[in-house]
Design a protein around this ligand. Structure first.
Ligand SMILES: [Zn+2]
Length: 660
């Protein structure tokens, strides 16, 4: 349950990102296009689109025989290989000209994708394609749903409008993210104002002409200031800068995005986008998702209020002010929550950094997967989009065969995507020996990770492993192409691993010179996390409810609704701030789907029960790899969970945890 995401298919599978050559590579070859300049992006774009159109033409004319589904999947693979790298590098390439060219190309691919989604000839052939088993049937069912969601079965006028809307949505979402990525926001602080913040966070930062330190709002700067700056004014300034990321232009974009989605749903006869979007997810409709969210509120409300009273008492003590005149502000919450955790549980997240150097932490996380899943990660030399980006080859330990690749981009830089995410660059397809590739992008402090950040790393690696250990017949149903209210489950399951002493001991196997993190520190962090559940779930609940309510509004007004909903929470709304302007999840693929983080967590906690005795169990891990990760979306998600657990999934572990 992290404020992070994987980039996943929105409405059509060809909106998926991906990379590589179709000529069945036995060994995952280093083949990522590095894009040295904008002209190269344009040339690849032209060639890719031309090739894609030819292939669609061939598929339209092809006889609908036993080989048709494979031919259809060949097209998916071609799109992954040609569209995918462009969609990805626009988020990470160090050269702005390349990012801009990739963004322009990405719009052309979106136009191509929405046309393909409405291609009647291909859709009809898909309906008629011979199926040999359940895997074929599932591909037809999922792909048909994607065509239908793209408007292929609508009357002509509605279909044309649907395409216009899809293309506009892609463009508006891109613009929304670009406004955040390229804003280059800097906040100026004197050294005195940064009292309490570790010097390593700011001593190398640029300064303005008055000698003030300039910090960005990226996580390695933002989080330490919010956690540790003694100065309330400094925290407030940083918090406001972050909370206003995207600004009024993004609020306008969000209103247009949500309005267009509402119109889109109406083309299909739905009252609102929530019911349209959820009908193919586990939740099925908005009412079910809302009922679920209500049950979460019921379980955490009292806890959130109790926690807040403790923060208030601590603030009064800290400032020597009378309790009745003390109010906890938004920019106080993290700071006092850290103080209370320090007092109650002796936990200081910054104190974990020396134990978790970034590179060793990555190798540790990979080693956890090695132990659990029977694989081996080996770093190889390979030129990628940036000199610091790394390539790992994943091999199966039993066969010794290479089965996948993983790219990792660890550190922040200007113009880089500023959250943590995984891109499924290439899906597995056993029918042609196609091996998967995932790209993991995070923004860590070079001085080391907090335990929270190690948790984020494991979460993201969970997505990458879902991509890389997939062994599906078709690329179109590979890895993370599962339902969006399931996709977080494998990642969330692993978050809990960082609180396990036995798991943490693996750090010394990859980094013998790293000092072992003391057991007591981990125990305390675990207790503190448990303690902070009220605030944490309260916030997730707000995001999810806001997303659903906004998408149910007849005339969406992102700011008034946010002010009202955040205003109803214990910490209230701060006039002049605009959180939704930076809420990239719901402008993009998680629109009307943010509840999926909480929904997936129910599944994740149920999955964890199988590892209760031993989180590193190679036996359980092997079954998990085969029965859940390996299957991608080629079986319905509830069946995957049932196969693995040997029973129907239920929410008992989740609600036990909330109430504990
Ligand atoms: Zn995630």
């Amino acid at each position: 349950m992290k404020p992070v995401l994987t980039k996943l298919a929105a409405l059509a599978i060809w909106a998926l990102a991906a990379t590589a050559a179709h000529a069945q590579p036995k060994l995952p070859a280093p083949n990522f296009p590095t894009f040295t300049n904008a002209a190269e992006v344009k040339a690849r774009c032209d060639a890719g689109l031309k090739g894609a159109r030819q292939r669609v033409g061939q598929l339209e004319k092809r006889k609908v025989d036993a080989g048709w589904l494979a031919a259809y999947d060949d097209l998916t693979i071609f799109l992954e290989d040609n569209q995918g790298p462009t969609d990805f590098v626009l988020n990470v390439h160090p050269d702005k000209a390349v990012r801009d060219a990739a963004q322009a190309c990405s719009l052309r691919w979106a136009d191509f994708g929405s046309s393909l989604g409405q291609n009647e000839k291909v859709y009809r052939a898909l309906q008629k394609a011979p199926k040999t088993d359940g895997i074929d049937a599932e591909l037809v069912r999922l792909a048909s749903g994607q065509f239908e969601d793209s408007g292929v079965a609508l009357p002509k006028a509605k279909r044309e409008r649907a395409k216009q809307i899809l293309d506009q949505l892609t463009e508006l979402d891109q613009q929304f993210n670009k406004n955040i990525r390229d804003a280059g926001t800097r906040v100026a602080f004197t050294e005195a104002e940064l009292k309490g913040v570790p010097a390593s966070v700011w001593d190398k930062a640029k300064r303005d002409d008055q000698g003030r330190i300039l910090l960005g709002v990226d996580y390695p700067s933002y989080v330490p200031v919010m956690r540790s700056a003694e100065s309330s004014e400094a925290r407030e300034r940083m918090w406001r800068a972050k909370t206003n990321e995207g600004g009024q232009p993004n609020l306008d974009l969000l209103a247009r995005i949500v309005t267009l989605r509402g119109e889109y749903a109406k083309l299909f006869g739905f009252d609102n986008y929530v019911d349209f979007n959820l009908r193919r997810q586990m939740a099925k409709d908005g009412a079910t998702a809302t009922r679920f969210l209500d049950s979460v509120t019921g379980a955490v409300n009292a806890r959130e209020n109790t926690e807040l009273q403790e923060l208030r008492a601590d603030k009064a003590r800290h400032l020597g002010a009378p309790l009745e005149q003390t109010k906890v502000e938004r920019w106080d919450a993290t700071f006092y929550s850290e103080r209370v955790k320090l007092q109650k549980f002796s936990v200081d997240q910054n104190a974990f950094r020396p134990y978790f150097p970034p590179q060793a932490s990555l190798e540790f996380a990979l080693h956890v997967i090695e132990k659990m899943m029977g694989v081996k990660y080996e770093r190889i030399a390979n030129k990628l989009w940036h000199d610091e980006a790394q390539t790992y080859v994943v091999s199966d330990t039993t066969s010794g065969q290479p089965i996948a690749q993983l790219y990792v981009d660890l550190y922040p830089r200007d113009g880089k995507y500023n959250h943590a995410a995984v891109w499924p660059l290439r899906g597995s397809a056993t029918r042609v020996g196609r091996t998967p590739v995932a790209a993991l992008v995070v923004n860590f402090d070079r001085n080391g990770l907090t335990l929270d950040e190690v948790e984020t790393l494991l979460h993201e690696l969970g997505h990458a492993v879902h991509v890389d250990l997939s062994k599906t017949r078709y690329a179109a149903t590979a890895g993370t192409s599962v339902m969006h209210d399931f996709v977080e489950a494998p990642s969330q399951m692993l978050e809990d691993w960082v609180y396990d002493k036995q798991v943490l001991k693996l750090m010394q196997e990859v980094c013998p010179t790293c000092k072992p993190v003391p057991d007591a520190m981990v125990e305390q962090a675990k207790a503190a996390k448990h303690y902070g559940k009220g605030g944490q779930f309260g916030r997730q609940h707000l995001y999810a409810s806001y997303d659903i309510t906004l998408h149910q509004q007849a005339k969406p007004e992102p700011m008034p609704l946010w002010a009202r909903m955040e205003g109803a929470t214990p910490l209230g709304y701060v006039p002049g701030t605009m959180f939704p302007a930076g809420f990239a999840h719901i402008a993009g693929g998680y629109g009307a789907g943010y509840y999926g983080y909480l929904w997936s967590l129910v599944v994740a906690m149920d999955l964890r029960t199988a590892f209760a005795a031993d989180k590193l169990s190679a036996d359980v891990g092997k079954r998990y790899r085969e029965q859940v990760l390996g299957q991608g979306a080629q079986k319905p998600e509830p069946e995957l969970v049932k196969d693995f657990l040997g029973r129907e999934s239920n929410s008992q572990a989740f609600f036990d945890y909330l109430k504990k």
